[in-house]
Every structure is written in structure tokens, then in C-alpha cells.
Design a protein around this ligand. Structure first.
Ligand code: NAP
Length: 304
């Protein structure tokens, strides 16, 4: 399958620093898999060059760049320079994907739908399932209160989950819940990591899902886990680690050793990239080829 239009697609990633990004590999696999020609550039802009962001965004508005991903530290910085936000990006208050529609610069956040899609594909959970059997709201425990946690809490809250956010700084947890209050009608609470033993010892709530949305356990700190030592995981919970490198974190290893079902964040990573590619090109993303590219990188890193 080869594109005969003669168009060369131009995508990129805005952030700083951009050391070991998977995005160029995923988007190159997407281009190859759809027979399109193009390149994915890294726009590593240090904070002192923040004004160049406006020039870069104008290139997207004019169509010279077909699409941008945005990562730390610019996911919120770009907001005032965009013309429109999707309801998801507006709800989360951060964007990871930018594209133009007829000269209108639009920001979206594909992390939230990507997390939910991967969770559903791994667990088979469906919104209207009577779950747990009592018919109560499913309950999630989310570790971390940063940008990724915000997308996860938004996705879960919108899908009808009752969410507990565990923050090491309680003010960050409170700020997260406050900023989502108009978008989520389900109950949301926040506690610190110190409060976990008491919460987990309580008869209720029972946690259906435990998510690590902190960077703890990421390569090279592979022996670290965000879960407190000497505390058992909740029983029967599904464990989801947003970290994908290494593929099996200490957090996931301990979950499997406790007999829990668990997954890493690779599926979410591929899905958020696939959704961005679809915004930019209007084509269905070749998720299988993108997933294979992601596996090749994690295998390569593991052997490095
Ligand atoms: P972030 O905005 O920097 O937030 C990190 C959060 O984790 C903050 O609440 C931070 O608290 C907390 N934290 C950091 N170290 C901690 C520790 N030792 N103990 C307890 N809490 C700690 O980062 P992010 O963008 O949310 O990313 C978080 C992780 O998710 C990263 O590993 C990232 O690669 C991953 N991620 C994966 C995907 C995917 O597609 N799979 C997508 C997005 C992100 P403080 O503010 O107090 O430091």
C-alpha cells in the first residue's frame, strides 16, 4: 500500500527534554503501515525558548506541520495559544495532541480515551455492567496526582467510576479533584500515601482497580515501587501500571506474585499515539504495527 498523492506528512513532538521518546518510532510505524510518506520531528525547546512555541503552532495552523504531540513541560503552556479545545482537553486542562481544521488550531487529550480503551480491552469491563455484583459504582485507587493521573481520573470519572487519588502532596490531590469538579459527578476523594494502610484496612471501599500514575519504577529505577512496603494489595483488584519501560515493573511483579491480574501502560501508549495519528491523517491507525514497534523498543532497551 503506497500513497500516490505525493504528499509528505510532517508531524512532531514538542517538549523538553526529549531523551528517549517512543513517539517517533510509533508514528513512523503508523506512516509505514498506512503507506504514507512523512517524518516525525522532535522539537526539544528549552524553557528559555518558550516564545518559539507560537511560531511552531502557526506552522500547524497554516498546514505546514500536519500535527503535533505535546509533552512535559508544555501540555498546559500551549492552552492559551490554541483556538479550540476538545471537551476532553478542556475537562483535563491539558493537551497532548494538536491539529488544525480549516485554519482553526485544535487541542485534544488522547491519554484519557486511550487509558479507558486499553482498560476495557484488557478487562472486558463495560459501563453498564452491574459491577461489583452489588450494583455499586466500581471503585478505583489512583496513585499519583500529576498530568497522567488527571487524564486517568477524568476518564474513570466520566465512565462512572468512584475514584480515590493518592498524592504524596495532599494539596496536589485536592487541586486535581477541584479542577475536575465540573466534569465529574461521581464521588472523588484524595488521601496521602501515609493514609493507604488505614484505607485498605477498612471494610469499604473495595477497590476494583489500582492504577500507578506516578513515574516510580521507570527505567533506570526499576527496583522501586510506589506501593508501600509491608502493605498487601487490595484483594481481587485489577492492577494497571502506566509505566511501560521496563515492561514488568516491580509494582506489576508484586501484583502478579499476589495472584492479581495486571498490565503495563504500553497499550495506552500505543492507543494515544493511534488516536493522534487519526486526528492528523483521517486514516485508521495500524495499531498492530505500532504495537509491534513499541515492543521492539522495550525489548531493545531491556537488552541494552
Ligand atoms: P507528572 O506530571 O510529573 O506527575 C507525577 C506524579 O507522581 C506527581 O503527582 C508526583 O508527585 C508523583 N510522584 C513522583 N514521584 C513519586 C514518588 N516517589 N512517590 C509518590 N508519588 C510520586 O508525570 P506524568 O506526566 O503524570 O507521568 C507519570 C507517569 O505516567 C510517567 O511514568 C509517564 O511516563 C507515565 N505515562 C504513561 C502514559 C502511557 O501512555 N502509558 C501516558 C502518560 C504518562 P510530586 O508532584 O510531588 O512529585
Amino acid at each position: 500500500m503506497t500513497d500516490t498523492s505525493g504528499k509528505s506528512w510532517h508531524f512532531g513532538l514538542l517538549g523538553y527534554p526529549l531523551g528517549h521518546s517512543f513517539s517517533p518510532h510509533l508514528q513512523t510505524a503508523a506512516l509505514l503501515g498506512t503507506g504514507l510518506v512523512g517524518k516525525y520531528h522532535l522539537y526539544s525547546l528549552p524553557p528559555e525558548e518558550v516564545n518559539s512555541i507560537i511560531d511552531l503552532l502557526n506552522l500547524v495552523r497554516s498546514g505546514e506541520i500536519d500535527g503535533l504531540n505535546v509533552t512535559i513541560p508544555y501540555k498546559q503552556v500551549v492552552l492559551p495559544h490554541l483556538d479550540e479545545l476538545t471537551s476532553t482537553a478542556a475537562g483535563i486542562g491539558a493537551v497532548n495532541t494538536i491539529f488544525a481544521r480549516a485554519g482553526v488550531l485544535v487541542g485534544d487529550n488522547t491519554d484519557a480515551p486511550a487509558f479507558l480503551a486499553d482498560l476495557v480491552s484488557k478487562t472486558g469491563w463495560r459501563r453498564d455492567d452491574p459491577y461489583p455484583a452489588t450494583g455499586k459504582l466500581p471503585v478505583a485507587l489512583v496513585l499519583g496526582a500529576g498530568g497522567a493521573a488527571r487524564a486517568v481520573v477524568y476518564a474513570l470519572g466520566q465512565a462512572g467510576w468512584h475514584v480515590w487519588v493518592v498524592a504524596r502532596r495532599i494539596e496536589q490531590g485536592r487541586e486535581l479533584l477541584f479542577s475536575l469538579r465540573h466534569h465529574i459527578s461521581q464521588p472523588m476523594h484524595t488521601i496521602t500515601f501515609d493514609g493507604l494502610p488505614v484505607l485498605c484496612a477498612a471494610v469499604a471501599p473495595k477497590f476494583d482497580l489500582l492504577v500507578n500514575a506516578t513515574p516510580v519504577g521507570m527505567s533506570p529505577e526499576v527496583t522501586h515501587s510506589p506501593w508501600p512496603k509491608n502493605l498487601d494489595y487490595p484483594v481481587n483488584t485489577y492492577v494497571y501500571d502506566l509505566v511501560y519501560n521496563p515492561p514488568e515493573t516491580a509494582f506489576l511483579r508484586a501484583a502478579s506474585a499476589s495472584g492479581l491480574r495486571a498490565t503495563n501502560g504500553l497499550g495506552m501508549l500505543v492507543e494515544q499515539a493511534a488516536l493522534a495519528f487519526e486526528h492528523w491523517t483521517g486514516r485508521t491507525a495500524p495499531r498492530g504495527a505500532m504495537h509491534a514497534a513499541a515492543i521492539r523498543i522495550t525489548d531493545g532497551d531491556a537488552h541494552a
